[in-house]
Design a protein around this ligand. Structure first.
Ligand SMILES: NC(=O)c1ccc[n+]([C@@H]2O[C@H](COP(=O)([O-])OP(=O)(O)OC[C@H]3O[C@@H](n4cnc5c(N)ncnc54)[C@H](O)[C@@H]3O)[C@@H](O)[C@H]2O)c1
Ligand SMILES: [Zn+2]
Length: 825
């Protein structure tokens, strides 16, 4: 058993590592900065109280970022640090006390805004910009010179005299105006909008194409000059000189001589910051005298001579207009507050997350309430409370959604789970598409050429509805498939009120984007929609092409659907889509009957199984809110068309074909069995060697495998017992995917290390850490991340931490070198 404090420390480190990765590498934070900082402080306090659990890789000891593989890695000449945070005047006074013990003489401070973007280190030689490198992990960063050179306000060549060779540091930011304009354009194009300026600035720097970067209105604000010959005596003096030769050093910087003055500066900017053209998340206070700075030096992570003061999140109040529900890829439901638009920290806020039913109940949040909205750092705003004094007299408590907004299935909530789920795994559109997107993702089948948007498109037009369908796609069926997307209406436009005529069906099926005019022309010559397949038309070339496309997709769908009758079909999939329903319902009716002359109500009543309501949603809008519907229809003129052209089609088909070679463990991961992540999939693949053996294993056999617990075993059994999965797997086998480990892999596996547990620590020379781990696993050994009594060997590289070494010696564990280990295998 691990010491509970050690366990807690390790959990905190894991959590913080994950958030660092999301924040710095993915540019996609999932908790607020404030919450992040509080977790970090908790970890700091625990580590201070328990030095025996110290680790040089802890998030408290290192700058949180990382280098990416996309750029050349450059080692910084001078390390780049983070900043210590403070939140109150007391924190600032404590800091002053700490530094006064180390340095002598008067202290003056500079106060600067903390610009919220991505840090950059610029190297100038003989007055010319030669290199721009991101902070990375503080020791080394990404060389993004080409991208940075596109920033117009940054001098590539200095005007006037400055130091010959120097480095200068600053923040690449995206001013609010530019950010809002970028988002406006994306909103109009129907694209997902950017979360916040910081993410977008940081993401822009990492783009591969500098021409794209040049289109973004980035700016660079400078905050520190590093020289080699003591050219400057104070920080402020260096910055002012830098300004005169063309660097953008904000005029907001101020030199003061007491913490009281610092506090006044903070208080002023806490209000005035909202009038700034860019975002700031705090103030940076620095010791102004450079000699004093040098005396103070650095901790592992930050300079002792500087501290950040972080502003509290801003709050506003606004009216809650409506609560809607979003369905995630796993079926998880997230309630979303639709708000009366309000300005918050420089951006217009229209929506906020409500998290889950408990949160709504906790604050008793009701539609019509005046609610307090807060931007916790940078992620989407949240509702933190209700102004009860403003509550309307007739307000009613919120009734949480009972049915899935996408497929109308009753929602479920498992004990101990905060979220509701839509259980209609195989019939709910976001889940269906999500599962396919997981299947093709990089760590799974790694299908090149196919992305999330295209999967959505292929699902929407009905070409695929599970991952096996991917392998039935051909170049011809996907070429020129396209669909127009807009915010509300997904395709069906009912002109004759609620009548579905052939004309409307052709228009509404969404295949190939047939125009209203063409639909009516096509409908005029036929009795039933399937007549389209053999009726001759004389058409303009453009129309003929559209009809060709329509026929291709329709025929494909038609053939799939007609293989079963309606009840079998429903039994198999749990739902039918509207288009499938139409095909099934009207197949075989006598020619002459007006097959599509069915009212919407009739249609809905006739089949309670229609759950694929994407198409039907527009009708609900039509019935409830005629005006809104009209407004939406008018937007159709600005629809965004997503389509597949020649090159795209070729790449998709090639990518799908190539994925047949992806090794078994990845295929297993791709199947999307609950709780079977990448590592578990690898374990299972190694233990059972092929899918048949895995699926033949009973519960006890499964949990006998190292690290496979009840939950995973149950999930595997549930998966293999699901008839639809059986059909899918059978199809995938037929298509030739890898369902067993390759001969080559099997040959490299031995039992040499069976029963032995290893901990790998430090830096290695001959093989990488990951290769070491793989070697251990291939030879049936076990890798553990921490030292305990169960550890048999520690493979120690360079720089193994002293705490680990001590612990290993205490427990009497054998420490071996890289070479010793390689001998063993
Ligand atoms: N929400 C999350 O998941 C998450 C994850 C990781 C980090 N974070 C946030 O990021 C912060 C840590 O990030 P960090 O290590 O980049 O530190 P930081 O942002 O707190 O401070 C260091 C950085 O401030 C920047 N800076 C801006 N103006 C400056 C000025 N005038 N002078 C000096 N530096 C200036 C520099 O780029 C410097 O690298 C945490 O406080 C946390 O809130 C959040
Ligand atoms: Zn659903």
């Amino acid at each position: 058993m691990k010491h509970p404090i050690q366990q807690k420390i390790e959990n905190l480190r894991d959590t913080l590592h994950k958030h660092n990765y999301e924040y710095y590498v993915l540019d996609n934070a999932t908790i607020s900065d404030y919450d992040f900082d509080m977790l970090l402080k908790e970890l700091q306090a625990l580590e201070e109280a328990h030095p025996e659990f110290a680790d040089e890789n802890s998030p408290t000891q290192k700058v949180g970022g990382a280098v990416t593989k996309n750029f050349e890695t450059v080692v910084h000449k001078n390390r780049m640090y983070s900043l210590d945070n403070s939140y109150s005047k007391e924190d600032l006074l404590d800091w002053e006390k700490r530094i006064s013990k180390i340095i002598e003489g008067e202290i003056t401070y500079t106060c600067e805004l903390k610009y919220d973007g991505a840090s950059i280190n610029l190297t100038y030689e003989n007055g010319v910009l030669v290199k721009a490198v991101t902070r990375g992990d503080g020791v080394q960063g990404d060389d993004v010179t080409a991208n940075v050179k596109t920033i117009k306000s940054l001098p590539l060549k200095l005007q006037g005299d400055f130091v010959d060779n120097f480095e200068i540091r600053g923040e690449i930011i995206l001013p609010l105006d530019g950010f809002n304009q970028m988002n406006l354009a994306r909103e109009e194009a129907g694209e997902e909008i950017y979360k916040n300026p910081r993410n977008t600035a940081s993401g822009s720097l990492k783009l591969q194409n500098s021409a794209e970067v040049a289109k973004r209105p980035l700016d660079c604000l400078l905050y520190q000059v590093l020289t080699y010959n003591n050219e400057f005596t104070s920080h402020a003096q260096a910055l002012e000189k830098a300004r005169t030769v063309g660097f953008k050093v904000p005029e907001t910087i101020k030199v003061v001589s007491s913490i009281d003055e610092v506090v006044a500066f903070v208080e002023y900017w806490d209000k005035a910051r909202f009038d700034l053209p860019y975002e700031t998340d705090g103030i940076v206070i620095k010791v102004n005298n450079i000699r004093q700075q040098e005396e103070l030096g650095y901790t592992a992570k930050s300079p002792r001579w500087a501290i950040a003061y972080k502003f509290k999140a801003e709050q506003v109040s606004t009216q809650l207009l409506q609560i809607t529900y979003q369905v995630g890829r796993t079926g998880a439901i997230t309630p979303v507050a639709n708000l009366e638009p309000v300005q918050l920290a420089g951006t217009t806020v229209k929506r906020a997350s409500l998290h889950n039913a408990d949160q709504i109940a906790l604050h008793d949040i009701r539609i019509g309430d005046e609610v307090y909205v807060e931007k916790g750092g940078e992620i989407i705003p949240k509702i933190v409370g209700v102004d009860l004094t403003q509550r309307p007299a007739d307000s009613l408590p919120t009734l949480y959604a009972t049915h899935c907004p996408e497929c109308n299935t009753p929602l479920v909530r498992k004990e101990g789970d905060a979220k509701h789920y839509c259980p209609n795994e195989y019939g709910c559109k976001p889940q269906v598409s999500g599962r396919i997107q997981h299947f093709i993702s990089r760590k799974a089948m790694d299908v090149d050429g196919l992305g999330g948007e295209t999967v959505d498109l292929l699902c929407d037009v009905g070409l695929i509805e599970n991952y096996a369908d991917l392998y039935a796609l051909t170049y011809d069926t996907i070429l020129n498939v396209e669909k127009a997307y807009d915010s509300e209406v997904s395709g069906l436009v009912y002109q004759n009120k609620l009548q579905i005529t052939i004309e409307n069906a052709i228009f509404g099926l969404g295949y190939a984007n047939v125009s209203k005019r063409l639909a009516s022309l096509l409908a005029s010559k036929i009795e039933a929609i399937q007549d389209l397949l053999h009726t001759e038309y004389t058409l303009e070339p453009k129309d003929a092409e559209v009809l060709g496309k329509f026929k291709r997709i329709f025929k494909h769908r038609y053939e799939i659907v007609l293989k079963q009758n309606l009840s079998e079909f429903v039994a198999l999939k749990g739902y039918v889509s509207l288009s499938d329903f139409l095909i099934l319902k009207f197949n075989g009716k006598e020619k002459g009957a007006n097959l599509f002359d069915t009212s919407f109500d009739e249609l809905l009543n006739a089949s309670k199984q229609i759950k694929y309501v994407d198409e039907l949603k527009s009708i609900a809008v039509f019935e409830d809110k005629y005006e809104k519907f009209n407004e939406t229809i008018s937007k159709i003129a600005n629809r965004r068309v997503v389509g597949i052209r020649e090159t795209g089609a070729k790449n998709i088909i090639a990518g799908i074909k190539a994925s047949k070679q992806i090794p078994f463990e990845k295929v297993l991961y791709a199947l999307g069995i609950r709780f079977v992540g990448e590592t578990v999939a690898k374990k299972l693949a190694n233990a059972f060697k092929n899918l048949d053996a895995l699926f033949a294993a009973d519960f006890d056999t499964l949990i006998a495998v190292d690290e496979i617990g009840d939950r995973i075993a149950e999930s595997i059994i549930a998966f293999k017992n699901e008839p639809l999965n059986q059909v899918l797997i059978a199809r995938l086998k037929e298509y030739g995917l890898q369902f067993s480990l390759s001969e080559e892999v099997l040959q490299n596996q031995t039992d040499t290390l069976s029963g032995k547990t290893f901990v790998v620590s430090g830096v290695f020379h001959k093989v990488s850490r990951n290769e070491l781990k793989k070697l251990i696993e291939d030879n049936s050994g076990k890798v553990s991340s921490s030292i305990s009594k169960k550890t048999d060997y520690i493979i120690a590289g360079d720089n193994m931490g002293p705490a680990k070494l001590q612990k290993a010696t205490d427990l009497g564990i054998t420490i071996i070198s890289e070479d010793d280990f390689l001998e063993m295998v």
